[in-house]
Design a protein around this ligand. Structure first.
Ligand SMILES: [Zn+2]
Ligand SMILES: [Zn+2]
Length: 337
């Protein structure tokens, strides 16, 4: 799970946080309505951690409405050259992106879906990102079957799928994403992505470097199916404002971890401190050893006769050296060492 709140991009350690499980749908809907780039990410997750305040703000109806209004104003000013009405009429004459599913071509009927039993109900989605068309075209290219050709024909002349209010069945979209060789792709693709990203994160966190190229990271995960955009988005979600992604046309994309180095340094430093404590203890013992040893060697022992076994414990303290008593009794028992 991400260590950063995807909404504000700040670490989750700051201020109150909440784990969203059942509310995922609300977040996804908010993302779709906002038309931001988090929809795909949220659909991948079973739960997310976010700040309580961020979630409230993100799903608040009035805030969403404001975002939508802003977007519509932007779109209106961008499409002055060809008024929306003319474009809608043009697409309606061929295929109605708004009322028919982009993928299967069937009429979309939300009222009808609502009346159906829950398990048969089909989710109807609206295209909310400008990159949707690009990714559909990419999938179509890799499929190159009849379905793909039809879909390409439907969206080929539509410049802006968001403005055309393009809609589709979610299950149709999911099966469109599946490769035509029949392999299951829905969940497994997500898992492959998660696995690949885990590899990348581990690589970054174990590296002494704090700068990587996108190609380098792609080589690490050995999964060529993951596009650059997804990697960059996941990096941002995982590292938040600790990661800086620099892109220059014609040059390789650079990924910089700002705090990576410092964190690693701190970590190795604290490890050193731990071992320092141990080292110091041995050093004291080592320093004391020659003194005690010297005293032991300096004792003159009368070896012309042996103490009879019965008298061995007589005057026992007299045989112990002053330094030994000091070292053992005073230092160890009083707890100085
Ligand atoms: Zn937040
Ligand atoms: Zn459909």
């Amino acid at each position: 799970m991400s260590r950063f709140c995807f909404i504000c991009n700040k670490p989750l350690s700051k201020s109150e946080i909440v784990t969203v499980n059942l509310g995922m749908k609300t977040l996804i809907n908010a993302s779709i309505e906002r038309g931001d780039e988090f929809t795909d990410y949220l659909k991948d997750q079973k739960s997310v951690k976010v700040h309580v305040e961020c979630r409230k703000n993100y799903t608040r109806k009035s805030t969403i409405a404001a975002v939508k209004r802003k977007r519509e104003e932007k779109q209106a000013s961008a499409s002055k050259v060809s008024p929306p009405r003319a474009r809608t009429r043009l697409s309606e004459s061929a295929f109605c992106l708004k009322s028919c599913c982009l993928f299967c071509g069937d009429q979309l009927n939300e009222e009808y879906e609502k009346k159906r039993a829950k398990k048969y109900r089909r989710r109807i989605c609206k295209v909310s990102t400008l990159t949707f068309k690009e990714s559909v075209l990419k999938v179509a290219q890799s499929r190159s079957d009849d379905t793909a050709k039809i879909v390409v024909a439907r969206i080929g002349f539509e410049h802006d799928l968001v403005a055309a209010e393009t809609r589709y069945h979610n299950d149709c979209y999911i099966s469109f994403l599946k490769p035509t060789n029949g392999g299951k792709v829905g969940r497994p693709l997500d898992e492959a992505l998660n696995l690949a990203m885990e590899k990348i994160f581990t690589y970054i966190e174990n590296s002494n470097d704090d700068q990587f190229t996108l190609e380098e990271l792609k080589n690490v995960c050995k999964n060529s199916n993951i596009d650059n955009r997804t990697i960059k988005r996941r990096l941002k979600l995982n590292y938040g404002d600790k990661v800086i992604i620099t892109e220059k046309p014609g040059k390789s994309t650079l990924i910089c971890l700002i705090d990576n180095h410092r964190d690693t340094l701190n970590q190795s430093r604290s490890e050193k401190q731990k071992s320092n404590g141990q080292e110091e203890r041995f050093k004291i013992l080592e320093d004391a050893a020659p003194i005690v040893g010297e005293d032991i060697q300096s004792v003159i022992i009368n070896n012309s006769h042996y103490t009879p076994p019965g008298r061995i414990f007589e005057n026992i303290n007299g045989h112990i050296l002053e330094s030994q008593v000091y070292f053992i009794i005073k230092k160890t028992i009083n707890g100085s060492i």
